[in-house]
Design a protein around this ligand. Structure first.
Ligand SMILES: Nc1ncnc2c1ncn2[C@@H]1O[C@H](COP(=O)(O)OP(=O)(O)OP(=O)(O)O)[C@@H](O)[C@H]1O
Length: 805
């Protein structure tokens, strides 16, 4: 780039920064002042507004005055929020106001426009000229989508066509242009090279300056109800998801707030890893949760739930335990659509027979038996869905309890309880009786006036009998208090014995077939039934049972819904079962869904393919409402690492590396376990010396992680961390981590502790090894003390270096 151009750009940059600076200083007192004003009004509001109730007019006046004051206050606060937002945006822009520029000659316009693009818009004092355009504006989309030449963008009023005459990128730091490139392709490689060449961080970074065209299509898609993204490891799925949230919050800022967007993430550590991206972009974070959190909320108080990590640990470590094969078959089947269908059929069966209820018991007596409930339930109109009949039953039970409670008032236990009431309870009864007496007296007075007027006498109704009324009232209260938990229980459906209802489906294979009409079942079904029942008997649920259990529960009780949420994002979408998808769809009936995942990293038994032609995900909203986008370019790792890892997957050769060069992966064969520990410790030290400060030693299981951690500590590896499923935040450094927890995150260097055939020999372990290796950005080492995993052996030898010690 010639110096003249550079100087001109720096001059323009200085000019814009000056404007920013001026506006910031102008706003500063206003931002502070408005805050003071609002605080002041709020203070005076309470001091000055006294409610005058002496006459109706006074009362009315006070009421309007309060309303007026609070309207002023709300207006001021709104104003303050808006100004503060502008002020914050400008401060965010100041060090690096923009990262891109396009010159666009619109068809029919007399001159071209220079469009500078940054993280938010900045308008000149005239209120019309955009000195900086927000990256989310329609016109800025050309920066991501088009190359110089004919270009167009879509606005709410239609497509605008023209010619892009220039596309330029900048790296600006503290007001100085550090780098500048004119790009001919989409977003030129130079800037991306620089960004990707940097070290891994403990927090994910925003990618707005270098969003790629195919990623932009994900970010700006707002047509389909369901957007599915199947993307290779490191292709930017999570990044695209987060910029998409920022885009939606901008485009629909009048209607969608951050808390109406929910993102399901794989674990809490991952949630902390991505938590700074939106604030960096000037937006509030969306709601983040894990599916497990949801299950725990609804089932955790009654049953002990296994989490997905314990589930996968079992799969990886329990091969020798009895029943292992059956459990695996069960995991697969219970995550399938067939099982979903079975439960629906079972629901139909329950509509005719087999419902189980829990009797309502009170003080060691049964008040309402399960048989009565069953009879009442099956007496309701048979064509009604289960949950409607349950609602009727619930009403009936509440009415019954009211009658029973009334009867109970005369019982001797109530009298006994009266003796134990404390003074406060008596005083309370006295107070209400007084109120009642006032009302009584008033009614008396009114009636006698009426009598006089109408010249008619009424029969004497006697005096207000304080003593007997007091006892009545207290009895009433005691009975009511004791019935409260019963009513609460009925409202929470605790009269339905869901555990038995789920359990009885697994009584035997014959019973299962009869109740679900299922013909084909896994070979070891009787054993699966036994395992499921044993678990329930121990008041616990396997992970694969939890969602189906909740599904059945809601088939009976009625579906819970959240109608506030407008967008649901599911990251690592391959790890959810069709069951869980069905569940999320029902839970958020007014939301659109974005699912991002990689079937190449499907390491859990409940995996769902995202893009297979028969994927249940496409059926969720139907093909017409679904858009599927595939990402094949991988950005995270060097070309050498991607060439190595992609061939581990069948069909992986379609994955394209980004052209960033580095060392080939290193395969180190070790003579013994001790040698490996020493070598790994030495390699960590060398990597640190080379400047890498995020290094992961990836193991297959949690147990192995602990062993490796202990062994490496003996070698005094610097600041070594052990990552477990409980680790709440992701921190930079050297860590030992099981592969399933490393999903979604990345490291400068990855050392795969044991890439032997014993550890990654089975077909279902292929994706585990792939997931582990694809976490590396710059360096990848694999170690073994035995034979290499067949997935490594199958790779061409020119893709890696070898060493033996
Ligand atoms: N357009 C881009 N510009 C700059 N960096 C990018 C871009 N796209 C992706 N990256 C970087 O590539 C890395 C991988 O991105 P991300 O974690 O979003 O990928 P992913 O598809 O979710 O990966 P995985 O499935 O392996 O967890 C991140 O460091 C991200 O910052």
């Amino acid at each position: 780039m010639d110096t003249n151009n550079w100087q001109q750009e720096q001059k323009r940059l200085d000019w814009v920064r000056n404007k920013l600076q001026t506006r910031i200083s102008e706003l500063e007192p206003e931002v502070g002042g408005l805050y003071d004003q609002a605080a002041d009004i709020r203070r005076r509001f309470w001091e000055e507004v006294t409610i005058n109730t002496s006459t109706y007019e006074d009362f009315e006046e006070s009421f309007y005055s309060i309303n007026q004051q609070s309207a002023i206050l709300a207006e001021r606060e709104r104003g303050h929020k808006l100004l503060k937002q502008q002020w914050r945006n400008m401060n965010r822009l100041l060090p690096s106001p923009y990262f891109g520029r396009i010159d666009f000659q619109e068809e029919g316009a007399s001159q071209n426009e220079q469009i500078y693009i940054g993280v938010s818009s900045f308008v000149d004092d005239d209120g019309l000229s955009f000195l900086i355009y927000d990256w989310r504006t329609p016109i800025a989309s050309m920066y991501y989508d088009c190359s110089p030449g004919p270009a167009a963008y879509v606005t709410p009023v239609g497509q605008i066509e023209g010619v892009m005459e220039l596309k330029r990128q900048y790296q600006i730091q503290n007001g100085q242009i550090r780098n500048m490139f004119d790009a001919s392709e989409t977003i030129g490689d130079e800037l991306l090279q620089q960004v990707l060449g940097k070290g891994a961080d403990s927090q994910m970074k925003s990618i707005v300056a270098t969003i790629q065209k195919e990623q932009n299509a994900i970010i700006r898609n707002d047509k389909s109800r369901m957007l599915i993204v199947q993307g290779a490891a490191g292709s930017g799925k999570t990044s695209a998801a987060l910029q998409r949230v920022a885009y939606l919050l901008y485009k629909y800022r009048e209607t969608i707030k951050a808390d109406q967007i929910v993102l399901f993430s794989p674990n809490t550590m991952f949630a902390s890893y991505i938590s700074t991206v939106l604030p960096e972009l000037g937006e509030e974070n969306m709601q983040q949760t894990t599916f497990q959190e949801y299950l725990d909320y609804w089932l955790g108080s009654t049953l002990q739930l296994e989490d997905p990590f314990d589930g996968i640990e079992y799969v990886l470590t329990a091969q020798e335990e009895p029943g292992y094969e059956a459990r695996l078959q069960g995991m697969k089947y219970k995550s399938s659509e067939s099982f979903l269908q079975d439960l629906q059929n079972y629901g139909n069966w329950l509509g005719r027979e087999g419902m189980r209820f829990k009797p309502i018991r009170f003080r060691n007596r049964t008040l309402i038996t399960a048989e009565r409930m069953r009879a009442a339930f099956y007496d309701y109109e048979r064509s009604l869905p289960l949950y409607n009949r349950i609602a009727l039953l619930q009403e009936w039970l509440l009415d019954e309890l009211t009658l029973l409670e009334r009867k109970e008032r005369a019982a001797s236990w109530v009298e006994e309880e009266l003796n134990y009431l404390d003074n406060e309870q008596y005083a309370e009864a006295f107070r209400s009786l007084h109120k009642e007496k006032e009302l009584f007296d008033l009614t008396e007075h009114f009636t006698s006036v009426r009598e006089k007027l109408m010249n008619k006498r009424r029969e004497d109704e006697g005096d207000f009998d304080f003593a007997s009324k007091e006892e009545d009232l207290l009895r009433q209260r005691v009975a009511k208090e004791s019935f409260k938990p019963l009513r609460k229980g009925v409202r929470k459906f605790s009269f339905i014995d869901v555990k038995s209802i789920y359990g009885q489906l697994f009584e035997s294979e014959a019973v299962y077939r009869e109740r679900t009409n299922r013909e084909e079942l896994p070979a070891l079904w009787p054993e699966i039934c036994r395992q499921t029942r044993d678990r329930l008997d121990a008041q616990a649920l396997y992970y694969e049972d939890a969602t189906p259990y909740l599904y059945l529960k809601e088939l009976i009780e009625g579906v819970r819904t959240n109608t506030e949420v407008r967008h649901v994002f599911i990251d690592e979408g391959q790890d959810y079962s069709p069951f869980q998808y069905e569940y999320v769809r029902k839970l958020f009936p007014r939301a659109r869904m974005t699912v991002l995942g990689d079937f190449g990293q499907a390491i859990f038994m409940q995996a769902t393919s995202l893009d297979a032609s028969n994927s249940p995900l496409v059926r969720l909203y139907g093909a017409d409402e679904t858009t599927l986008i595939r990402l094949l370019r991988s950005y995270r790792s060097t070309k050498e690492i991607v060439e190595f890892t992609k061939l581990m997957l069948p069909g992986g050769d379609a994955i394209m590396p980004f052209d960033r060069r580095g060392q080939k992966p290193l395969l180190a064969t070790m003579g013994s376990g001790e040698k490996r520990t020493a070598q790994v410790a030495g390699d960590i030290a060398s990597l640190i010396a080379e400047g890498y400060d995020s290094i992961a030693i990836i193991t297959k299981t949690a147990a192995e992680s602990r062993e490796v951690y202990d062994a490496l500590r003996m070698h005094e590896v610097e600041a070594l961390q052990l990552i477990t499923k409980e680790t709440p935040v992701f921190e930079k450094g050297v860590m030992v981590i099981p592969v399933y927890l490393a999903k979604g995150v990345e490291f400068d260097a990855v050392l795969v502790w044991d890439a032997s055939t014993e550890t990654y020999g089975q077909e279902h372990e292929r994706k585990l090894l792939y997931t582990a290796c694809t976490r590396a950005m710059h360096r990848l080492h694999l170690y073994t003390t035995g034979d290499w995993s067949p997935f490594v052996q199958a790779l061409p030898a020119d893709l890696y270096e070898q060493a033996s010690y």
